[in-house]
Design a protein around this ligand. Structure first.
Ligand code: PHE
Length: 451
């Protein structure tokens, strides 16, 4: 017999788990390096536009799909509209989830390594080159990254088998508020550094000459990645919502919280980048080289460093849990597996992908596809191709295939149906039908043309 579908406990719990999914390495590790590599302020501006005009409507779309169908992403489309085509759209999401599991767990493994390094105190390191070499040393050897990645995935597995409410909701409730407080404290610290002015200018002053089709696509990809969109993560989570969970309010809370954390991460990192003469376009290693340097220059730096990397690790954990849940719900819904069995199968698959990604800086570093190593390839394909594509199809589905009355009803469920919400529901409906699919199609086609 099938297990009864789980439900999240409280309204606050719902916001914490969905925000726990959204807020993660995408905000603190990926956002700053994408901003750094793509020219700063103009990227940030585009990112914000995408979050609120494309991201937010797609969040609502995912919620409607999950809550209405009470199904994981693969079956959700099919449940609301029987058709071969829509039934297979969810596979895009499953593929994206598997790829993300691979590279995300490797970045999480770096945070684990840096927790240990913080305890050891980064002794003997002082120049930017020292911190650079330390990171290289860590990633260029095969054993440690593979061990940490496997441990991270094991921990993820142990939480997941505990189930939705006891495992996922509990962890999120505790660590999200902690993360916010700490980020604010570190941002204030960075604002006191001598390079603060230059860092903030880089982050907030838009230089439009830096915009290319590729930069626009990356801003869109970052918005999708950071909000956990276009791969059914929010579809899966909203299938555990109670009937009265207010969708728009939850969606707005996530978009605002997630953006706030990303911008704070920028405020924390760029003043330090300029103060210590680091390269903003350093790519994925940016945060791991800049922040330890900031900490080592602070009084009691190793304690701050330890706290920071522990929280970053926890943020990564709540996000990877949500990526895993996509695959687990699929295995349970489509194959009738028990939760335990689904978690175990998922663990084995993610271990294979995680280890391959972990090795892509060492043993597999010469193995390149289209010039990308496996890690970068998984990151690029999932964030910049599969997630926007998934988001576009989803917005077409919710905007055009599902009945408009159903969309309205779900958007207004749990609200007092006051005027503001009615207007908002109309705006969301419009963005889902027109703005989101058209904007995503233009950005993706433009980029294909340019490449
Ligand atoms: N949004 C998460 C982050 O910012 C990553 C993620 C992507 C989680 C997709 C779930 C689904 O780190």
């Amino acid at each position: 017999m099938k297990e009864k579908r789980s439900q999240f406990g409280t309204k606050l719990g719902v916001i914490m788990v969905t925000a726990g999914s959204a807020v993660g390495l995408g905000n603190i590790w990926r956002f700053p390096y994408e901003v750094g590599a793509n020219g700063g302020g103009a990227f940030v501006l585009l990112y914000l536009i995408f979050v609120f005009f494309v991201g937010l409507p797609v969040i609502c779309g995912e919620f409607i799909l999950g809550k209405r169908s009470r199904s994981g992403v693969r079956g959700a489309f099919e449940k609301l509209h029987k058709s071969r085509f829509w039934g297979s759209v969810g596979y895009i999401s499953i593929l994206a989830a598997v790829l993300i599991m691979g590279f995300y767990s490797v970045v999480a493994s770096w945070t684990m390594e840096y927790i240990v390094q913080s305890v050891e105190g980064f002794s003997g390191l002082s120049s930017p080159e020292d911190f650079h070499d330390r990171f290289e040393l860590l990633t260029a050897t095969p054993v440690r990254p593979v061990v940490w990645t496997s441990l991270f995935l094991l921990l993820n597995y142990l939480i997941l088998i505990r189930g939705v409410e006891k495992g996922i909701e509990k962890v999120s409730n505790l660590m999200m508020p902690l993360l916010f407080i700490l980020l604010i404290a570190f941002s204030v610290n960075s604002l006191l550094l001598p390079g603060a002015g230059e860092g903030l200018r880089f982050l907030f002053h838009p230089d439009f000459s830096k915009l290319t089709g590729e930069v626009v696509l990356r801003a869109l990809g970052q918005a999708f990645f950071s909000l956990s969109l276009g791969m059914g993560c929010l579809v899966t989570y909203s299938s555990y919502f109670k009937p009265e969970t207010p969708l728009m309010r939850t969606g707005i809370s996530i978009a605002v919280l997630d953006t706030f954390v990303a911008v704070m991460a920028g405020v924390m990192i760029f003043p330090a980048v300029f103060t210590y003469g680091q390269e903003p376009a350093a790519g994925p290693r940016l945060v791991f080289e800049v922040l330890p340097m900031v900490f080592s220059n602070m009084p009691s730096g190793s304690i701050w460093s330890l706290v920071f990397f522990v929280l970053l690790f926890l943020a990564a954990l709540t996000s990877i849990i949500s990526v895993s849940e996509i695959i687990i719900a699929y295995l349970m819904d489509d194959f009738g597996m028990s939760r335990f069995k689904a978690c175990t199968v998922h663990f084995v698959i993610s271990l294979v992908f995680g280890v391959v990604c972990a090795l892509s800086f060492s043993s597999l570093s010469d193995f390149k596809i289209f010039g990308f190593n496996v890690f970068d390839l998984f990151d690029y394909v999932s964030s910049n191709i599969l997630m926007p594509l998934g988001g576009m199809l989803l917005s077409i589905f919710v905007g055009w295939v599902i009945k408009r009355s159903v969309v309205k009803e779900e958007l207004l469920a749990g609200t007092s149906k006051r005027g503001v919400y009615r207007v908002l529901a109309t705006v969301m409906g419009f963005c889902l039908r027109y703005v989101a699919p058209v904007a995503i199609a233009i950005v993706m086609l433009n980029c294909l043309k340019g490449s």
